[in-house]
Design a protein around this ligand. Structure first.
Ligand code: 4AD
Ligand code: MG
Length: 482
C-alpha cells in the first residue's frame, strides 16, 4: 500500500508514533559511522528538521553515498520516539530514494556559516538556509496578518494599478514603462521622444504608491487598503531602501489625523502580536541567531532587548505622539547636535529629518516608537491637509527603533480650493489630476490614510540588519539578478 507523504511539521507533532510514515525533503546534514547514519531532513514546512536514522542493513551503501547536503530524498520508515537530545521523534528508515543529487563539490550551500553577502549572490538557493526559510515563512505570515486585520475591520482590499499615467505623488524618481525602440524612438517636431506613439499613447511609469487611486476607492467604499509592489528609482544604496518594495496603504473616509494615528498604531501592534503568537519557532531561531551575532559586538553596540522583547515592547506600550516642531526643539538641544555628532546638524525649523535624527528620537530620547505629526508643508506632498497655521500639514510619520520611518501618512486635503492652490504652489498641472480633483468636486469628505513599507516591517519583526535580506529577490541600484 502506498503511504501518503506527511509534512515534517506534522510528523514532529508526534501523533503518529509507531506507525509507518513517508517524508520528503532536502538533506541539511548527514553524520554517523559505518554502522549508522543520521540524516537531518527539512521540507520547508517548519524550521525544524526531522532526523532520519539509516542503517546499512536496510539502506544500501550506494544510496547512502548520494545522501549529501542539498540532495532531495523520499523516505519511508517507522516514526519512533527519539533517544537523542534535541528532537522528540525520528524516522527509522526502511527505504530511501534519492530524488535529486547535490554534488558536494559543486553545491554552494554547505553546512557552515555563510555570510549574508555571499548568500545574496546565490539568492536562488538561499531560501534553503534556516535564516531565509524562517524569513520567508514569516513574510507569508505577516502578509496573511495584514489581510486578516483589515478584513476583520470590514476594509475592502483594492487593487490599484502598477502601471500609472500620473506622476503627481512626488515620492521619488519613477521607472518608465515603454515599448518604444530605445535606439530609434519616434520624435516630435521639436526633437523630443514622441510618447503619443508609445503603447499607451502617453508617458507611463511603474507606480510609486497606490494612494491616489486608493482615495478614489475610499470615497466610494468607505474603507479600503492596497497591498502591492511599488517602485522607486532613487539611487539610495542604504540598508533601508529597495527599488521594488511592497507597501500596504489603507485609506479611510471620515477619518481625521487622530483616527489615522490610532489605526496605524493598532495595526503595527497587531502585526507584532501576530508574529509573537504565530511564528514562535522561526522567531526563536532568529532570536538565537541575533544573540550569537551580539556576542561579537562591542559593549556599547549590544542591544538592550532581545527580538521577542522588542516585539513585546511595541505591543505593550503606547507610541509617543510629538509634533515636528517639538521634535526639532528636542533635536536642536540634544547632545549629539551640540557636540556636532550628527552628519546633518539640526539648525532651523523647516528642514527634513534625516534617519540619524529619527533614530535619535526613538532610540535615545523617547526609547519607544514615535509618531511625528504636523510637518512643514514644504517638505511634504501636495495632498496633505493644510493646518490652521498655514505653515504645517496634517502629516504623520511613525518612527521605529533600528529603522527610522516605517509608516508615512496624513489627513488628505479635502477642500477643492485649498488643494488647487497647493498644486499651483508645487507646479502640478490641474489637467493631469482632473480625475483626482473630481473627488473634491463631488461629495468630498474628510479622509486619511497611510503607507506601511512591508520590508521595513519585516526588518523589524525578523531583526535582520539589511532590507536586501527580507525580500526573496531584492532590486537595488545595479542589481536585478534572478
Ligand atoms: O512615506 P512614503 O513615500 O509615503 C507614500 O508613498 C504615501 N503615498 C503613503 C500613504 O499615505 N498612502 O512611503 C511609505 C512607506 C515609508 O514609510 C517606508 O516604510 C516605505 O513606504 N518606503 C520604502 N521601503 C523600502 N524601500 C524604499 N525605497 C521605500 N520608500 C518608502
Ligand atoms: Mg515618507
Amino acid at each position: 500500500m502506498k503511504i501518503r507523504r506527511t509534512k515534517i511539521s506534522e510528523l514532529l507533532k508526534s501523533g503518529q508514533i509507531g506507525t509507518e510514515v513517508h517524508a520528503k525533503g532536502w538533506v541539511r546534514t548527514k553524520r554517523g559511522n559505518k554502522h549508522v547514519s543520521f540524516i537531518a531532513l527539512n521540507d520547508g514546512s517548519t524550521i525544524k528538521n526531522i532526523q532520519v536514522v539509516a542503517d546499512p542493513n536496510n539502506i544500501s551503501e550506494d544510496v547512502l553515498k548520494l545522501v549529501t547536503t542539498g540532495a532531495s530524498l523520499s523516505v519511508t520508515g517507522q516514526l519512533v520516539e527519539s533517544q537523542g537530545a534535541g528532537q522528540s521523534v525520528e524516522i527509522h528508515a526502511q527505504s530511501i530514494t534519492v530524488m535529486g543529487v547535490a554534488d558536494p563539490e559543486k553545491y554552494p550551500l554547505q553546512p557552515k556559516k555563510h555570510s549574508f553577502e555571499f548568500l545574496r549572490e546565490i539568492a536562488h538557493l538561499r531560501p534553503r538556509t534556516n535564516t531565509f526559510g524562517a524569513i520567508l515563512r514569516m513574510r507569508h505570515a505577516m502578509s496573511f496578518a495584514v489581510h486578516k486585520f483589515f478584513n476583520d475591520k470590514g476594509f475592502n482590499y483594492m487593487h490599484t494599478p502598477i502601471i500609472t499615467g500620473s506622476d503627481a505623488e512626488g515620492a521619488g524618481e519613477m521607472f518608465r514603462v515603454t515599448t518604444l525602440d530605445a535606439k530609434n524612438p519616434p520624435l516630435t517636431e521639436d526633437g523630443k521622444v514622441d510618447f503619443a506613439e508609445d503603447f499607451f499613447g502617453k508617458e507611463t511609469n511603474l507606480t510609486v504608491s497606490g494612494q491616489l487611486e486608493g482615495e478614489l476607492g475610499a470615497l466610494a467604499l468607505g474603507e479600503i487598503y492596497t497591498f502591492g509592489p511599488t517602485f522607486r528609482a532613487e539611487n539610495s544604496n542604504t540598508t533601508r531602501h529597495l527599488a521594488e518594495f511592497w507597501m500596504i496603504e489603507p485609506e479611510m473616509a471620515f477619518y481625521d489625523l487622530e483616527d489615522n494615528m490610532d489605526l496605524a498604531e493598532e495595526f503595527l501592534q497587531y502585526l507584532c502580536r501576530y508574529a509573537l503568537e504565530h511564528c514562535e519557532d522561526d522567531l526563536a531561531f532568529l532570536e538565537s541567531r541575533l544573540l550569537e551575532e551580539e556576542k561579537n559586538k562591542p559593549a556599547n553596540e549590544k542591544s538592550e532587548m532581545t527580538l521577542t522583547e522588542k516585539l513585546r515592547f511595541v505591543v505593550e506600550n503606547d507610541f509617543e505622539r510629538v509634533t515636528y516642531t517639538e521634535a526639532i526643539d528636542i533635536l536642536r538641544n540634544s547632545k549629539p547636535n551640540k557636540k556636532k555628532k550628527f552628519q546633518y546638524p539640526v539648525e532651523g525649523w523647516g528642514t527634513d529629518l534625516q534617519s540619524e535624527h529619527e533614530r535619535y528620537l526613538v532610540e535615545k530620547h523617547f526609547k519607544k516608537p514615535v509618531i511625528l505629526t504636523n510637518y512643514p508643508k514644504d517638505i511634504k506632498a501636495f495632498y496633505m491637509r493644510m493646518d490652521e497655521d498655514g505653515k504645517t500639514v496634517s502629516a504623520m510619520d511613525i518612527l521605529f527603533p533600528g529603522i527610522g520611518e516605517i509608516v508615512g501618512g496624513s489627513q488628505r486635503e479635502e477642500r477643492l480650493d485649498v488643494l488647487m492652490s497647493r498644486m499651483d504652489e508645487m507646479s502640478i498641472p490641474h489637467e493631469e489630476m482632473d480625475w483626482y480633483l473630481d473627488t473634491r468636486r463631488f461629495g468630498t469628505v474628510p479622509h486619511s490614510g497611510f503607507g506601511l513599507g512591508f520590508e521595513r516591517l519585516m526588518i523589524f519583526v525578523t531583526g535582520m540588519g539589511n532590507i536586501r535580506d527580507v525580500i526573496p529577490f531584492p532590486r537595488t541600484p545595479g542589481n536585478a539578478e534572478f
